[in-house]
Write a protein that binds this ligand. Structure first.
Ligand SMILES: [Zn+2]
Length: 284
């Protein structure tokens, strides 16, 4: 999930969604060392997706109907109960549509917060990475622990290009994305710009396409972000999506030189300070 090269883009660019060479940050270290969620009857996502935490997270079971959690050793299968419900429901849809088991990557830590490596987002228990299913991943058996640790998600792009690899890209991927984006609790889904372009050619009339947004990387998994759950007043939502299906000039920008060299570089932007409420969550 982390060592993702961005085919077609020579720049080593670290996006706000996934960064993987931050020095071990002492604050992130504290969050990573807490192994249990706080117990509460009212789970709360607090702060923003990139600077926040969660109280009352739940652990998503490693195996469910139509889905399996990958990389169990990372211990990042915690999320808001609404995120768990989303995964369970998407798995059931995949199962009913015979799409194979959906492979789930990172959710968040037991109490959310920053991680020592990997994601800058995924902090409030409302983000999840889902691998793109390819023929080799269209499995129907329950993967062993070792398989979950050793399998890797292949890029759906032809090496060093911005074109989808027909051996890796399939109607199954499109069906899973459509099912995920159609769910009302989903705020947006990040995919590689080349994937968005492909979907624009085939599904430009579909309402769910608006939620699928281009972003750097995301050629071997897609990133689902839920809306702030009702009754979570300290959860800060992201700016609303622009009108339209996103198949316009905004998408064309992603294929320009400027997109390859954005300023300011996300790598230079420091994460915001965590909300005060998160200190209490950490020490509870
Ligand atoms: Zn992600």
């Amino acid at each position: 999930m982390l060592n993702i090269n961005l085919p077609g883009y020579t720049l080593v660019l670290l996006s706000a969604l996934s960064t993987h060479c931050l020095a071990a940050d002492p604050i992130a270290l504290r969050w990573s060392q807490v192994s249990q969620p706080t117990l509460t009857s009212s789970p709360q996502s607090i702060g923003t997706y990139t600077s926040g935490c969660i109280s009352g997270a739940v652990l998503v079971p490693a195996t469910g109907m139509g889905y399996q959690i990958m990389r169990p050793s990372r211990k990042r299968a915690f999320g808001h109960p609404e995120l768990k419900n989303f995964i369970v429901n998407l798995g059931q849809t995949a199962s009913h549509q015979n799409l194979g088991n959906i492979l789930i990557g990172d959710l968040g830590q037991a109490r959310g917060g920053p991680t020592v490596s990997g994601h800058r987002s995924h902090q409030t228990g409302l983000d999840v990475d889902i691998w793109f299913l390819s023929s080799q991943h269209a499995n129907t058996h329950t993967l062993s622990y070792d398989e979950r640790e050793s399998w890797s998600a292949p890029s759906v792009l032809l090496k060093n290009t911005i074109y989808l690899d027909p051996r890796q890209w399939s109607k199954t991927n499109e069906s899973v994305l459509a099912a995920a984006a159609s769910r009302p609790e989903v705020d947006r889904i990040f995919v590689n710009p080349s994937i968005k372009r492909e979907l624009c050619m085939k599904y430009y009339k579909e309402d769910w396409l608006r939620k699928i947004r281009p972003w750097w990387h995301h050629d071997d998994h897609f990133h689902v972000r839920l809306k702030c759950p009702v009754g979570n007043p300290n959860c800060q939502t992201q700016e609303a999506l622009p009108a339209g299906n996103g198949c316009d000039a905004g998408l064309a920008w992603w294929f320009t030189e400027e997109a390859k060299h954005p300023t300011p570089s996300p790598i230079l932007t420091k994460p915001a300070e965590l909300p005060k409420l998160c200190e209490a969550v950490l020490h509870q």
